[in-house]
Structure formats: structure tokens, C-alpha cells
Design a protein around this ligand. Structure first.
Ligand code: F6P
Length: 327
């Protein structure tokens, strides 16, 4: 029997499609086990501001399909200070919350680990970020939906690129991770993919584009991860154009549209499984863990391990294949 009577749930950092489906799963699993459920509005900021909302199974009706997060989110600098974290704990304690579930990326997990270690409150994290850059889960919530959004954009740009015989540079999100760039580049049939995990020099890129032109490609698309070391898409486009002006060149930065939208079936199911598993992990007495997906199994990884290990998620075999398929 668990001594947990009241669980607080929150989303933090960048929102990701699937967060609402996960909140729903957490709230309903908790209620099924007769636990009181509390939503923290705006993540760590809400703890500091004493912004809580009592939740029941109807509070999460009709949100499964919605992008964003009904609990709001924030990047909270104050939580990193001694005063901020103490204030957050005082409010959490006063609300009677005796365990927390955090949905977010590495900043969220870092905050959760520190909070739990400092005050001894049990915490489980759910990896929720479009970047897919967390150790302990093959996929993070929102990554699949973001990829689908990017692919739709690439398809549309290809129509116009092909009609005008143009070269397009498309910049995608991911912070320091090239996961979105690689997957969307393959699915969108990009001629080249520039990633932070694998440097591609401008001359090497030009060589690829020249080969494409020689092979009678009338248009081309280059996907650039925002963390690529060559700089952003505008910089790359300018430097390519200086030496290779075969094509008329255009740049598109996809930006925050990659973060929104209704979650894909994959993300809804992943969110449901991870939310359900997070509550069960707390009830089993687990703490300072991240729930994740490995193969088709739900696993837990100690937060400390998840935060200290950088997962090299870039699959080299996919990159090698992408190069061959783009000839
Ligand atoms: O972590 C998700 C993400 O969308 C990154 O891909 C991007 O670098 C960052 O957040 C943008 O953050 P913000 O919305 O705070 O500008």
C-alpha cells in the first residue's frame, strides 16, 4: 500500500504535442486509485506563485487530441535560485501534495531531480519535448507529431521548389539535437541534411548539390537542424550561393509551428502509456525516475543516469541511407 494521497502534475519547458493526452492519463489513473489529483499551472513558476488547480476525471475530458498544454508551461529561472525552490516547496507542502509528476524536457528533469533530492518529495518525470534528446526513451512526446508537421511543410515547399527550379534551405527545430532534421529529411526526400551531431562543411554540401545538378535535379531541398555548427539556414544559404549559383535560392525557417497541432496517433498512445506508467511507478514507491519507451516496452531510468548520459540518438545507418537515397 502506498502512502501517497495527493499527486501534483505539471508541464514545464517547451510545450509538445501529446502533453494533454499525458495529463489526461495521469489524472485518470490517479483517480482510479483514489488519489487526489492537483494540476500545477505553469510548471515550476506555478509552484512559486502558488497556482494550483484541483482536478477530477472531467477536468481532462476532450483534451486528448489537443496540442499545447491545458496546464500552461514556462521556462522558470527563479526556480534555479535557493529562494525560488524553497518558495515552491512551501507552496507544494501547504497544498498537501505528497508526490509529483513532471512532463517536459531535460530542464524539467534537472529541476525535478534537484527538487526531489533537496526536499525528499517523490518525483517521476515523463519525457515531453519535440527534440527527442533525452536519454532513457527511444522517443519523447511530441517528436512524432513535430516530424509529421515538418514533412507536410517539406512536401508543400517541394511543390513550389519544383515549379520554379529552386534550391530551398529549410531550418527545423531540435536545439542541439538533429533528430527532427534527420527523420523529416528522410521522409521528405531531402537532397542533404545538416546536423549538429555530424559536421558537414559548406564545400561538401556544394559538392552534393553540384552532383545533383549534374544528375539533372531541377530543384533541391536542404534540411538544416537549428543546432548545426554552420550557423542557421540564412548563413548556409548565403555561403552556398557565393560559390554555387546554379539554382535560385530560398530560405524557410519553420520555427514554432513545429511545436503545435493535434498529436499523432503514435504520440497519443505514447502519452497515455507513459502517463499511466508514471502514476504506477509512484505507487510502487519509485522516485527520481524517468519513464520511457525502449523498443515496445515501458521502462524507468534513474533521473541522475538520464541526465548524466547524452544519448547519441543520431542513427548513423539512417544518415548513410539518406545520402544514398538522395542521389
Ligand atoms: O525544446 C523545444 C524547442 O522547441 C527547441 O527545439 C527550441 O530550440 C526551443 O524549444 C525554443 O524555445 P522557445 O520556445 O522558448 O523559444
Amino acid at each position: 500500500m502506498s502512502s501517497i494521497k495527493k499527486i501534483g502534475v505539471f508541464t514545464s519547458g517547451g510545450d509538445a504535442p501529446g502533453m494533454n493526452a499525458c495529463i489526461r492519463a495521469i489524472v485518470r489513473t490517479g483517480i482510479y486509485h483514489n488519489i487526489e489529483m492537483v494540476g500545477v499551472i505553469q510548471g515550476y513558476q506555478g509552484m512559486i506563485d502558488n497556482n494550483f488547480i484541483d482536478m477530477n476525471s472531467r477536468s481532462v475530458s476532450n483534451i486528448l487530441h489537443l496540442g499545447g498544454t491545458i496546464l500552461k508551461t514556462a521556462r522558470c529561472l527563479e526556480f534555479k535560485t535557493e529562494e525560488g525552490i524553497q518558495k515552491a516547496y512551501d507552496h507544494v507542502k501547504a497544498k498537501g501534495i505528497d508526490a509529483l509528476i513532471a512532463i517536459g524536457g531535460d530542464g524539467t528533469a534537472t529541476g525535478a531531480e534537484r527538487f526531489s533530492k533537496t526536499f525528499g518529495i517523490p518525483v517521476i518525470c515523463v519525457p515531453g519535448t519535440i527534440d527527442n534528446d533525452l536519454y532513457g526513451s527511444d522517443f519523447t512526446l511530441g517528436f512524432d507529431t513535430a516530424n509529421n508537421t515538418v514533412i507536410q511543410a517539406i512536401d508543400k515547399i517541394r511543390d513550389t521548389a519544383d515549379s520554379h527550379d529552386r534550391l530551398f534551405f529549410i531550418e527545423v527545430m531540435g536545439r542541439d539535437s538533429g533528430c527532427i532534421a534527420l527523420r523529416s529529411g528522410i521522409a521528405g526526400g531531402a537532397e542533404a541534411i545538416l546536423l549538429p551531431e555530424k559536421e558537414t562543411g559548406i564545400d561538401e554540401l556544394i559538392e552534393k548539390l553540384e552532383t545533383g545538378a549534374k544528375n539533372k535535379k531541377s530543384s533541391s531541398i536542404v534540411i538544416i537542424a537549428e543546432g548545426d555548427k554552420n550557423g542557421g539556414a540564412y548563413d548556409v544559404a548565403r555561403r552556398v550561393k557565393e560559390k554555387f549559383d546554379y539554382y535560385d535560392t530560398k530560405v524557410t525557417i519553420l520555427g514554432h509551428l513545429q511545436r503545435g497541432g493535434s498529436p499523432s496517433s503514435f504520440d497519443r498512445i505514447l502519452a497515455s502509456r507513459l502517463g499511466y506508467a508514471a502514476v504506477n511507478a509512484l505507487l510502487e514507491g519509485q522516485t527520481r525516475k524517468m519513464v520511457g519507451l525502449r523498443g515496445n516496452a515501458i521502462v524507468t531510468t534513474p533521473l541522475e543516469e538520464a541526465l548524466n548520459q547524452k544519448e547519441f540518438k543520431l542513427e548513423q545507418d539512417l544518415l548513410d541511407m539518406a545520402i544514398i537515397l538522395a542521389i
